[in-house]
Design a protein around this ligand. Sequence first.
Ligand code: BJW
Length: 255
Amino acid sequence: MNSYAIPTPLIRSLRRAQHVVVLTGAGISAESGIPTFRDAQTGLWAQYDPEELATPQAFRRNPQLVWDWYRWRRSLVKKASPNPAHHALVMMEQKTSRLTVVTQNVDGLHEQAGSSDVLELHGNIMRARCSAEEIVVAPEPGEGATDDELPHCPNCGALLRPDVVWFGEPLPEATLRAATAAIEACDLLLCVGTSALVHPAASLPFLAIQRGTSTAEINPQETPLSQWMDFELRGPAGAILPALVAQTWPDVAVD
Ligand code: BJW
């Protein structure tokens, strides 16, 4: 039995909403065993600051180090499964006219859970692309390199890199445009598990806030968004999102 009490006005907003947008960050996958970026990292990688590895400069300086980090993170993603928070969003999609997930995550867990309208702002860690050309390469074994080797583009021989967005790089234009349009058009925005420190993703909620759209944040910690939200639900997404679905639609079975 999920006992987290959801505010009644939020339940009403969700029942009435024609288009719900859910902006997600690393926190929604934390309960799947994937470390967030800004919570302390453990083990082998504790000595590295993710913000110093997720840059084109780091890749130019030391591609082996960056690939080692991404291969380690890929191994975590491969072992991970969607958690109750991802599943609750799939149920929410089934109960609403339209639900768009705008995610900063690169782990593909929303798609794996069954969400059908997912916009990946920062790419996908399981893909690679050529560092010299606009060519996306299928995940291994197509990358054709062992853990000790660096993968190369089958077309031009340049180094492959993870197909993700690093600091200082533009987000995929069409995806960012679609996310902007969805947030401008939605009538409820949920911000789940993001520290809201990385732009332009962190600026997107303000498109809804400025329009007077209903907004809610689901996060155990306060963020720079908190003061602007209509509702602040403090706690883990894996408990709160199933409670939100169960209390909005009591006929739905949630885990
Ligand atoms: C739970 C939980 C549980 C824990 N349940 N919650 C405006 C102002 C200032 C700076 C800039 C600006 N505009 C652009 C910039 C520069 C920069 C930036 O934002 N820097 C800031 C850090 C200051 N932005 C960029 O460089 C972006 N590019 C750009 O703007 O390009 C412009 C351009 C145009 C034209 C030509 C050239 C350039 C690109 C940003 C790319 C970010 N990439 C990364 C790595 C992706 C690949 C990878 O995975 O390796 O994306 S960085 C990293 O941060 C990753 C994340 O998606 C992103 C956001 O992190 P997120 O998801 O919020 O995670 P955390 O760890 O920060 O927070 C987790 C949260 O979960 C916490 O709040 C916890 O409390 C919570 N939580 N458990 C619910 N169980």
